[in-house]
Design a protein around this ligand. Sequence first.
Ligand code: KE4
Length: 427
Amino acid sequence: METSRSASLFTEAQKYIPGGVNSPVRACKSVGCDPRFIERALGSKIYDADGNEYIDFVCSWGPMILGHNHPSVVEAIQKALVNGTSFGAPSALEVELAKMVCDALPSVEMARFVSSGTEATMSAVRLARGYTGRKAVVKFDGCYHGHADSFLVKAGSGVITLGIPGSPGVPDDIVKNTISIPYNNLESLEKTLRDQSLDIACVIMEPVAGNMGVVLPEPSFIAKVRELTTELGIVLIFDEVITGFRVSYGGAQAKFNIMPDLTCLGKIIGGGLPVGAYGGKKEIMEQISPAGPVYQAGTLSGNPLAMAAGIATLKELQKEGFYEALESKAAKFASDLQGLATKYLEQATLNRQGSVMTTFFAKGPITDFETAMTADTETYGKYYRLMLDQGIYLAPSQFEGAFISAAHSEEDLSQALEKTEWAFKKL
Ligand code: KE4
């Protein structure tokens, strides 16, 4: 595959941008190759600077549930564009999207838009601390909530992908207020919350973990988190940056019928443009400035182009049968993929929630950070490189999800399975 243009762009990029990328996992370090520079995308495909076509299973790490450049999203952005790109003032589009988010998520009565998932989660934690007057934050090993200081403790995504234990630059007195415990471990959960409840402002969790690879919650686990946080007056924050509008129109909270106090969103609600949001109970959200004393702000929050893209995206997701069609496509693909893994690989475990899944090169079951870390990342890297050169674009990390969009055709998926069989035979 010709990749000289990507190669020269990567050389040039490294002169001006740390590691040549604007987000670490994109550098493909853990999968042993240089990144392909992407020039354009349409539907289920992306095209690199050398003109190579790929079937895209990264989908910009989740936002592109409709596929790239969906016509109604493009049209909505173009319509907003002629009116201007940013006002720094309230606009009707923000009200429209906020109402759609509140109508969609059963626990969200009010929402505030920001420009990234990290801004959403760090604001939600500040709000929980302001609302409770407590300092400690409980998270789960392998979960990733963005790169705010409080979260870089046993975090997932790029942090585990690059094997960074924490991160320099995060002062100990920040880290000491973050307690990270194993996902799906009821005993550790109950002991931690009961022993330290008076100091704990919030528990923040991915209701389906997506950043140690996909790891599903055991049904009793999420229910217990809700039960204990209610009993102990601890704010429960669902980080639905991945699961929001992905696993159902109402997110994981609707799917599992477990209501958090606050929810964080990102990715899909921006339709590919920079949007994050946090929201929840009115009583808590009204503590946010200027309604209340907890400060949070943002120059481009509620950006009209991003709002227009988010509105157009959610309107498509509201269409009859959208999630059913995506589920049946993803379920069949996962079942066929599992069949190939069982046939050709000594050890492989596929975890899936709706249209996001991870094939772990590990015996399994993969139920938490510790078991996820048994995955053979070397073999994953080889698999990644084989598939890339066959035109299949997977996440450049064993500890991320593969996403299927509405734009992935049966032909795309059968081609991906064919290439997978070819690659598995070479591992
Ligand atoms: P951003 O600040 O990257 O928009 O969102 C942070 C975030 C928060 N919460 C969850 C559950 C997330 O998955 C993320 C970001 N996800 C990663 C990939 N899993 C972003 C990819 C990257 O860092 O380049």
